[in-house]
Design a binder for this molecule. Structure first.
Ligand SMILES: Nc1ncnc2c1ncn2[C@@H]1O[C@H](COP(=O)(O)OP(=O)(O)OP(=O)(O)O)[C@@H](O)[C@H]1O
Ligand SMILES: [Mg+2]
Length: 501
């Protein structure tokens, strides 16, 4: 007994001493991996080791990225998915809450899907699934996004009507759907409930009315973003290179969350159906940027993907300004946490509480400049060194310096519908500068305008641009000459000024 206790004391002493004498950075063999099978992210601050990320020594491939606005979360995400695509041919699907990635994805040759701006999703689409499974998923989304779970009878009526709509459309509830079957929509479901109400034989008409009302919120004309035939091939989403799902035009957070949940559900099914393959690296990365409702609810499939993703070579990247918006289950399960600059004590306490880093790291994080990061990794073997280290700066792909000016908002419906109408103009910074100079803008004004455009992620509405330029006391002739040099027609220029003043 005594002997054992002495041994314990000794080994405690020993581990303390090891801790003190070891540098607060994981040893090289954990940071520096085969460059053809890992992703370079930056140089460590203390010992200048090139840090290359691979998930083969981590508990899983998922990543949480946190930091204040402007700290560099999106920059990290872009860098990461670009390199993953070089190294492993990894596909990426960005669930883009604020439309932040649109310009970059376009410039990188990826596909942008703009919901409510020409693209639609039918959340009853099956893409090979059994209808009965989709019914469960739709009910799950309604549970997360509406009050339906508090009304069991309405919930039962709704689920039943969704099943009936599939049966009426010729599907077998328990059989995987054939790809060419045309799925019903939530409009059909609401109509079925309506018919039941009209029949008058159901004993609780108020329950029916409320169930219909809830569904109509997602299927009303003009707000039927998820109740029309899909314009997207869902089956190809995770194998189409770089895809940006732009949710910014949807009217509110609930619609955005519904789209995000639906996409996650579909990807989860796809991931399970495809299973593991001998391919190296990651097959697909799913990015959730600022999707708080989707990242915070424990019933969300973000959490299922986190739990199962490793075996299917699917990685999830969750980015947020507010770490407390990310569900504990995500935080405790991700293999990598990237902490950019953080200011609020509350957030810092939350992170330090769950990751257990030192006071030194904590102080550093509050002082970070743009792109500086502390990285915490959870290795799949037990290790004798601290898991958190600092990289001097995320070393990214050279940012593309292209600026996009959109005129869509001043076009009339016919022009918008016409294929040949140009709806936006993109220029390299150099080209745009020379247009500004030739139109007669001073170099100070040009500098200011670029700064303002950078703040808008280099994608601006023409009316905003005109207002920004006139706000600097620039005459109208100069602005007109600039718009002409861009290639905008005089009739549209007139309209721009009408809409701007
Ligand atoms: N590691 C870096 N190296 C060079 N520039 C960077 C780096 N990180 C970020 N930047 C630049 O800083 C600006 C802000 O970065 P970014 O858009 O990634 O911030 P964010 O954290 O996503 O902010 P938000 O929460 O507002 O979306 C961008 O112009 C970006 O190009
Ligand atoms: Mg961002």
């Amino acid at each position: 007994m005594t002997l054992v206790r002495i041994q314990n004391v000794m080994s405690n002493e020993l581990s303390k001493r090891i801790f003190l004498s070891r540098p607060p950075e994981p040893p090289q063999e954990f940071l520096l991996n085969d460059p053809t099978n890992s992703i370079f992210l930056g140089i460590t601050k203390l010992f200048s080791v090139p840090f290359t990320w691979t998930y083969s020594n981590l508990t899983n491939p998922h990543i949480a990225v946190v930091g204040i606005t402007g700290a560099g979360k999106s920059f990290f995400v872009k860098t990461f998915i670009t390199r993953a695509s070089y190294i492993w041919n990894t596909n990426a699907i960005i669930i883009d809450w604020a439309g932040e990635y649109v310009a970059w994805v376009k410039q990188s040759g990826g596909t942008v899907i703009s919901l409510a701006k020409g693209d639609y999703l039918n959340i009853m689409d099956l893409s090979g699934m059994k209808p009965i499974d989709r019914v469960k998923q739709i009910m799950n989304s309604l549970d997360i996004l509406t009050d339906i779970s508090g009304f069991p009878e309405q919930r039962r009526l709704t689920a039943e009507a969704i099943e009936q709509a599939y049966i009426n459309a010729g599907f077998n509830l328990a059989a995987p759907a054939s790809p060419d079957g045309k799925a019903p929509t939530l409009k059909d479901v609401a109509s079925l409930l309506d018919e039941k109400l009209q029949e008058g034989s159901y004993e609780y008409p108020a329950e029916l009315e409320n169930a219909i009302y809830r569904l109509r919120q997602f299927s009303r004309e003009g707000e039927d973003y998820f109740a029309r035939e899909s314009t997207i091939d869902l089956g190809k989403l995770s194998s189409s290179g770089l895809v940006d799902l732009d949710l910014s035009s949807l009217p509110d957070e609930r619609f955005r969350a519904l789209a995000a949940l639906f996409i996650l559900q579909t990807l989860k099914e796809k991931m399970r159906a495809e299973g593991w393959s001998a391919a190296r690296g990651l097959k697909a990365l799913v990015v959730l940027d600022e999707a708080w409702k989707v990242a915070s609810d424990e019933r969300s499939d973000a959490i299922t993907i986190i739990r199962e993703g490793r075996k299917y070579q699917f990685g999830l990247i969750v980015a947020s300004q507010n770490p407390t918006d990310i569900n504990e289950a995500i935080f405790s399960n991700v293999g990598t946490t990237v902490m950019l600059r953080i200011r609020f004590e509350k957030f810092m306490n939350y992170l330090q509480g769950s990751l257990n880093f030192s006071g030194f790291i904590r102080r550093e994080i509050t002082r970070f400049g743009v792109g500086q990061a502390a990285v915490d990794m959870s290795f799949n073997t037990s290790v004798q060194f601290p898991n958190t280290f600092i990289i001097d700066r995320i070393i990214g792909e050279v940012p593309l310096n292209s600026y996009t000016i959109t005129i869509a908002e001043v076009l009339n419906p016919d022009e918008l519908a016409a294929r040949e109408t140009q709806k936006e103009y993109s220029f390299e910074k150099m080209d745009l500068t020379s247009k500004f100079v030739e139109s007669g803008l001073s170099s100070q004004v040009i500098q200011d305008i670029f700064k303002d455009m950078d703040d808008k992620n280099r994608m601006v509405d023409v009316r905003w641009l005109v207002q920004t330029i006139s706000g600097r006391n620039v005459g109208r002739e100069i602005i007109i000459s600039f718009l002409r040099s861009m290639g905008v027609s005089d009739s549209i220029i007139t309209r721009i000024f009408t809409y701007t003043s």
